[in-house]
Design a protein around this ligand. Sequence first.
Ligand SMILES: [Zn+2]
Length: 456
Amino acid sequence: MNKRSGMCCFLSAVSLVVCLAGAAAAQSQSPSITAIKAGRLIDPESGTAATNQVILIEGEKIKAVGANLAIPAGATVLDLSKLTVLPGLVDAHTHMAITYKEQPENNYYYLTYVMDSTALRAIQAASNGIQLLNAGFTVIRDVGNNGLYADVALRQAIEQGWLPGPTVIPSGIIIGGTGGQFWPTPEMYKQHNIVYPEYLDANTPEEIIRAVRENMLFGARTIKLCIDCKPWGYSVDEIKLAISEAAKGGCKVDGHVQTPEGAQRAIDAGIYIISHGNALTPEHHRQMGAKGIFLAGTDTPFTKYRGNENAFKQTVAKLRDAWEKKVPLTFSTDLDYWNERMKDEKNGEWLSRGDLTIAFLDTWKAAGIPPADILRAITVNGYKAADVIKERGPIKPGFFADLIAVSGDPLTDIDALRNVQFVMKNGMVFKKDGAMMPEKSFHPGPVRIPSGRYTR
Ligand SMILES: [Zn+2]
C-alpha cells in the first residue's frame, strides 16, 4: 500500500465514522423546540421594535419569528413578555488571555508576559468568557497578546461544549516587523527569542506570507497586523499582501494603528478594520466612511479606575467625528488590564469583566451618539466586523439562537444594556431572571465534532 492510497482509506474511514456518529445523534434525539415570548423584539439593523413576538428555536438555531406563530405541543416556553429581546452584543477588540496589573508589574505587560504562563492566561480567558457572556456578549474578537494561541484554545473549548462563553474570533499571534510592540534588550531578543509568542516577526514578503499562513494553520479567524508599532512599519504593498494571503484562508485583516501615516497606509491598502482611533484625523474618517472600513476605536471611558479627563475629551471628540463621517463603528474596549480600584462606587463590590466592558457605553453617550446607532455598533456592525453576519447575530430563521433580554428599551435608553436579565447562546439558556444558570453548559467531554484546527 503506498502512502497515497493509505491516506484515502484513512479519510474514508474518518468520513464513515463521522456519518455514523451524525446518524446516531439524529436517531437518538430530535432537536428540542423552545418558544420565547418576547414582549418587545428589537431589530438593531433598522432601529425598530416589534411587540408580542414569538421566537421558535430548534436545537441551536432559530426556526421562525413572528407575532402569530403557533407554539408546537411539547415546546419549552420561555416567557419574556415583560422584557425587551435583542441579539447578543459584540466586543470587536478585546484581549481575553492577558491581564496586566499595577502589582507586581506596574502595568507593564512585557512583565506580565514573562511572569504568566500561557496555561494560566488560558484559564483567565475562560473566566473572562463566562463573565462576558453573563453581560450579554455573545461574540468577541480576540485580537492578540494571548501567548501561544490561548485565544484559539478558548474558541475550541467553547465550541466543543466544555464551557460556556461567547463565540471567539481569534487572531492568533499579532504579526509585526522586528520587535512587535516590545522594545526588548539585545540579549532577550537574540538569545531568548523573547518577542515570540506575543508577536510574530515578519519583515519581508516571504515572512509575511509565512506568518499569515502559520496563524491560519493554528486556528486564527482574523489576522492582526502591527501597521506602525515601529518606525519600520508596513508599507501599502505589504499590507495588501497580508490581505490577499489572509483571504485565501477566509480571514479579514485588522490593523493596529497608532500614527496618522500608518492610518493612511492601512486605508490605502483597503484594510478591513482599523484598531484604535487615537491617531485618526477627520480626513481619515472621511476616507474610512467612503470605503466602508470598520473602526474598532477602543474608546476608553474616564472612570475612577482608568483614564484622564483630557484623553477622554479627545477620545469623545474623535468618536463623534467618526460617527458624523459615517465610519462603520464597532463597540470595542481593548480590555487587557485590571487594578484594585475596579469596584462599584455604590456598593464597593468588584466589577466583573462584563461590567468593565459595558462601561465603555459612557464614551458613546458622551459623544452624543443616538442609542439606535450605539445599538447598531454593538450588534450588527460587530457581526460584520467579526465576519459572522451570515450565520450569527440577527434574530432570523436559520441563524444561531444567540439572544439576550433586558428591562426597559435600549432604543431610547442605551443604559438598559447594563443590566442583562436573560442570555441564550446557541439555543441554550445561560442566564434567566438575572441569574446565571450554567450547569448544562459544562460538559465532561467535547459534545461537538472538534473544529478550528481541523476544519473551517
Ligand atoms: Zn488591543
